[in-house]
Design a protein around this ligand. Structure first.
Ligand SMILES: Nc1nc2c(ncn2[C@@H]2O[C@H](COP(=O)(O)OP(=O)(O)O)[C@@H](O)[C@H]2O)c(=O)[nH]1
Ligand SMILES: [Mg+2]
Ligand SMILES: [Zn+2]
Length: 355
């Protein structure tokens, strides 16, 4: 295993050689995490690692800990089996979502890293089912991807189950201007051929999409072997069971790195106002002509967006999605800023009646 085949590049090398090489640290990439245990690849192969006490001491929030796809600086233990993670290398790109944990009356919002250092994101949607895939969900994934810094590629899978895959592709292209859209059939022979153009040495790809859309099947098909467990779709709701519960990184024999992720049912956006603007670029373009610079497109006079909707130039559902995503990020920001200040509020006791 070479560092290059694991996705190592100059930008990591610069951070590493100056700071850590002198201390006898080795670069390694996290391929799976489970609680406190990190499974890592380094040039010598696969190892199990934990973070050092010093690392833990410095970590403030969960996103300070390594995630799948992260590069870390490790020190091998004398036993030659275990390694200790000393440092987390700066992330080139990061996919994160908002994880809200509620305990009692407190609700805390934290950034949860799904995958790090990803170059290309395959946004997988399934073409089976009567209602087709969700354009709204795709919009959310596009914002998530733009926010991460990776390049999005839309993958419409299960073309074999669709009567009209081409019109589905046209719809997807409409809401994803400038983004490549491929219709594939992961179970068919050579059905994932269009995706191979993205697979090159040192390139890291992640598969994102609802559970049952065929992410693991796509990985198996691209690898040519059964690497990931897949799951038959339940007849009632056309979704696969949750077979992939954690993100997991795989190095393909022919070059390229793939990260499988569990089905993210609802991606809660964590940040990225500018990413939203990219997702809705045509709307942004029109909004430049609104009379007010801070127009919210909610009935203000001289609103160019309202005019464009009236004339059928853009669909009103696009504006609804746009506002929803904006509000979600605003809410995440509020929670983040005030989350720690919210104290547990004692429930009011019923007042005793005076006798
Ligand atoms: N008909 C058809 N079924 C597929 C295709 N791709 C995946 N499946 C099936 O869909 C189910 C869910 O696939 P899986 O890869 O586990 O989905 P994941 O949850 O996104 O990883 C499995 O039963 C697969 O065999 C496809 O292109 N066509
Ligand atoms: Mg899976
Ligand atoms: Zn407006």
């Amino acid at each position: 295993m070479t560092l290059e085949s694991l996705g190592w590049s100059d930008c990591f090398n610069q951070n590493f050689s100056t700071d850590y090489a002198g201390k006898g640290f080795l670069p390694a990439r996290v391929w799976r995490t489970s609680k406190q245990i990190y499974h890592i690849f380094c040039e010598g192969g696969s190892f199990v690692a934990r973070v050092s006490g010093n690392f833990r001491h410095r970590a403030r929030v969960s996103s300070d800990y390594p995630a799948v796809g992260d590069w870390v600086a490790v020190k091998m233990k004398p036993d030659g089996i275990e390694a200790e993670i000393r440092e987390l290398l700066p992330r080139k790109t990061v996919f994160s979502r908002q994880a809200v944990s509620a305990s009692g009356t407190e609700s805390k919002s934290a950034e949860q890293v799904i995958a790090a250092n990803v170059d290309v994101a395959f946004l997988v949607a399934s073409l089976d089912g009567r209602r087709g895939f969700s354009l709204r969900r795709l919009e959310r994934y596009l914002t998530l991807t733009r926010n991460s810094g990776a390049v999005p590629v839309v993958v419409l899978n299960k073309a074999d189950l669709s009567e009209d895959p081409e019109s589905a592709a046209i719809k997807a292209r409409e809401i994803a201007p400038g983004v490549p859209v491929h219709t594939v059939s992961a179970i068919g022979k050579n059905g994932v051929e269009p995706l191979r153009q993205y697979v090159t040495k040192s390139v890291t790809m992640v598969l994102l999409g609802a559970s049952g859309s065929g992410k693991s099947t796509i990985i198996n098909s691209m690898a040519g072997v059964e690497l990931m467990r897949t799951s038959a779709v339940r007849r009632t709701d056309a979704r696969g069971r949750h077979t992939t519960t954690w993100s997991e990184l795989t190095v393909l024999d022919g070059g390229g790195i793939l990260i499988d992720t569990p089905g993210l049912r609802d991606v809660q956006l964590w940040s990225g106002d500018s990413a939203i603007e990219e997702t809705f670029s045509e709307l942004q373009e029109i909004a430049k002509h609104c009379r007010f610079r801070d127009c919210q497109h909610s009935g203000e006079p001289g609103c160019a967006v309202a005019k464009a909707i009236d004339s059928g130039e853009i669909e009103s559902s696009r504006l609804v999605s746009f506002k929803k995503q904006k509000e979600e990020i605003a809410a995440a920001m509020r929670r983040r800023n005030h989350g720690e200040k919210i104290k547990h509020v004692k429930p009011l006791r019923p007042r005793r009646k005076k006798k």
